[in-house]
Write a new protein. Structure first.
Length: 405
């Protein structure tokens, strides 16, 4: 088995960067061989308003998996799943994930439960119970806030509701590691944040929150208290990131791929007061099984390091994409207007085309190591230095499980 081979199962577009097109290039830049299985084959993403192509049938997926297995091509060290349009296809992928997990208990599986955003599903509702049944197979999941609500049947409206959702994911579905990249920073959430990461009150609405949660106990633990005597279920870290104006597709796909690439469960970490190590580009030949705790009781975990790197790089790619879109002729960056877009569809097409992620132009960002220094909440002054990205390091939320709302 190659220690650096990823099986990526998600959407494909001929033009642009979403799904597998947003994931494969970063993974390859970071030294991974990537085997791609496409769950749809479209001309472009659906945000353009019109597209061509079709979904991959369940029979086609099963045929691909069977042929890969027969030819001894199905032995990845890491698995990445993203957009899967319906329950039949998802069930076929679930069976594959179960098989891969059985043959390799140390498989690192990042499950991105792509279902919807902003309160709306864009897949069939029958995928929800299938995704819920797949969660115990995962090492890391990367849902957005709406997908967390959907998986846990919990509206995120308060700190107790956020705790409840994480508890369900960790204890009912046995997910070891959770990374939520973009929670809207509503007043209840902003007021709950540690002062070290809370943005100025006037700019709270212009930020999103990235939060991670790594389970302290293994699934086999019967004691509900941590080794140090606390009753914390998990180690929680968070960081705010400024919103970038505009609609951009493929951002979650890029983020998830980078998290998978940078996640090294066998790494050991010092406390934040010690010099931060460079992330090793190699995996330990005997990684920790996905169901076991992958860290000691410290301020930095393998997940937070991976997510800090991924958040920093994704934000920089978005900044470059936004800058490029703003430099285009006015006819290619017209604002959203549903009536005008309906009467003249090419307006929307041109707008979406100008906002495709600038991945190739950001190869220095993808392959670089962000500088570890404190950033202002709205300051990115030095981020355009070639090959240099400012690290948006996640901060330990010490009282997440105990503070009063």
């Amino acid at each position: 088995m190659s220690q650096r081979r990823v099986l990526s199962i998600q959407s494909h577009v001929a033009f642009g960067y979403v799904g597998g097109k947003a994931a494969a290039f970063p993974l390859q830049c970071l030294g991974y061989d990537v085997d791609l299985v496409n769950t749809v084959n479209f001309s472009n993403h659906s945000g353009y308003g019109r597209l061509g192509g079709r979904k991959t049938s369940t029979e086609e997926l099963e045929s691909i998996f069977q042929a890969m297995e027969s030819n001894e091509l199905l032995d990845p060290s890491r698995l990445l799943t993203g957009y899967i349009p319906n329950a039949d296809a998802l069930n076929a992928i679930k069976k594959l994930a179960e098989k891969l997990r059985k043959q390799n208990p140390n498989l690192i599986y990042l499950l991105d439960p792509v279902m919807g955003d902003a309160g709306k599903l864009y897949v069939s509702a029958d995928v929800i119970p299938v995704y819920q049944s797949m969660l115990p197979l995962s090492t890391v999941i990367t849902p957005n806030w709406f997908e967390v609500e959907t998986l846990t049947s919990t509206q995120l409206t308060s700190l107790p509701s956020l705790r409840h959702a994480l508890t369900i994911l960790h204890t009912q579905y046995h997910v070891p590691h959770i990374a939520i990249s973009s929670i809207p920073l509503k007043p209840w959430l902003a007021q709950s944040l540690p002062a070290s990461i809370r943005p100025p009150e006037a700019s709270e609405s212009a930020h999103l929150l990235c939060i991670t949660s790594s389970l302290i106990h293994s699934k086999s633990d019967s004691d509900d208290r941590h080794e140090n005597g606390s009753s914390e279920l998990s180690l929680v870290h968070a960081q705010c990131v400024p919103l970038i104006a505009g609609y951009f597709s493929g951002v979650g796909d890029l983020f998830s791929a980078l998290v998978l690439a940078h996640y090294h469960p066998s790494q050991s970490f010092p406390s934040p007061s010690s010099p931060s190590p460079s992330p090793t580009p190699y995996e330990n030949p005997n990684p920790t099984p996905h169901s076991e705790p992958t860290h000691s009781y410290k301020d930095t975990t393998p997940l937070t390091t991976a997510v800090s790197l991924s958040l920093s790089k994704t934000h920089q790619v978005l900044l470059r994409t936004f800058s490029h879109s703003e430099s285009l002729p006015e006819s290619e960056r017209l604002g959203t207007d549903d009536e005008k877009d309906g009467n003249e569809p090419i307006r929307k097409v041109r707008r979406m085309k100008g906002r495709e992620l600038r991945l190739v132009q950001s190869i220095d960002v993808i392959r670089g190591e962000p500088k570890r220094q404190k950033l202002g909440h709205d300051g990115d002054e030095n981020e355009e230095e070639e090959g240099v990205v400012q690290m948006r390091e996640l901060v330990r939320w010490d009282e997440f499980w105990s503070q009063k709302p």
